[in-house]
Design a protein around this ligand. Structure first.
Ligand SMILES: C[S@@+](CC[C@H](N)C(=O)[O-])C[C@H]1O[C@@H](n2cnc3c(N)ncnc32)[C@H](O)[C@@H]1O
Length: 247
């Protein structure tokens, strides 16, 4: 299942998406932290840490942070775990990962969610922050998540979901389609930053609904699949790889 239909205004075919997305994040990497910090009113670190704690990350978990980007999820995980040594950060963008490397003494691996270069049953906890829309196949990514998790291992996927009602939908669109890309440019003076945030909106707008994400997680063989929602738009998908105590 695709996370969203092919966005032909951006790339001609589904096959061309990874290269487009990679270039977008390589170019935007230097601005990502500033843009996300202002765009979410400095709440990002607090929110990521709260979600990780609430959904059960704790020492001495071995964590895989898929789509680590500039390390915003991994940095909060390191605070909870008391070390970055147990954290493996995976991302296809060299540019994003270079920023993460400068902050964090974790293990860094260039790679994609759909083909994770790690043995089966490697991690206690797996996170993916705000990158679900960028994979080429939800099914492939979720099967990989299940494969690399240890039995009883848990995953947490953070995502922003467009609200359903007309009025919340109007304000959501106004902010993410218009105001946020403009602010991104204002704070950075970078067209690359503005483009990154325009694409952010386009993928949120086109993204499959939460029921499809939940179904894809269950179809991948994961159990205890659920979605918690904060403030109506911050989706927290969790699931467990069945094991002796979780069955
Ligand atoms: C919006 S950033 C999210 C960064 C970080 N997780 C956070 O919470 O801010 C999306 C990241 O997904 C990465 N990405 C794109 N396609 C991916 C894929 N197929 N597998 C894993 N990561 C991917 C991008 O390179 C980028 O760093």
């Amino acid at each position: 299942m695709l996370p969203h239909p092919t966005l032909t205004d951006r790339y001609a075919t589904a096959e061309a998406k990874p290269e487009f997305v990679n270039r977008l994040f390589d170019r935007g990497a230097a601005y990502y932290d500033t843009v996300v910090d202002w765009g979410f009113l400095h709440s990002g670190a607090w929110y990521r840490r709260r979600a990780l704690k609430q959904h059960g990350l704790r020492p001495p978990h071995q964590l895989l942070d898929v789509a680590c980007g500039t390390g915003l999820v991994a940095a909060e995980a390191a605070r909870i775990l008391g070390t970055a040594e147990n954290i493996t950060c995976l991302d296809p963008s060299e540019g994003m990962m270079a920023v993460a490397r400068s902050k964090l003494a974790a293990h860094f691996v260039i790679g994609r969610a759909e083909h994770i270069p790690a043995p089966d049953n490697s991690f206690d906890f797996l996170t993916m922050g705000y990158a679900l829309r960028h994979v080429t196949s939800l099914d492939e990514a979720f099967r990989e998540f299940r494969r690399v998790l240890k039995p009883n291992g848990r995953l947490l996927i953070l995502e922003i979901t467009k609200p359903v009602g007309r009025i919340p939908g109007f304000f959501f669109r106004l902010y993410f389609a218009r105001i946020y890309p403009f602010l991104a440019f204002l704070f950075t003076r970078s067209e690359d930053a503005r483009e990154m945030m325009r694409y952010y909106w386009e993928t949120m707008d086109a993204c499959v609904r939460p029921e499809s994400v939940l179904k894809a997680l269950a179809d991948a063989g994961l159990t205890q699949v659920r979605r918690d929602v904060a403030l109506g738009v911050f989706s927290e998908y969790t699931a467990v790889k069945a094991g002796p105590a979780a069955e």
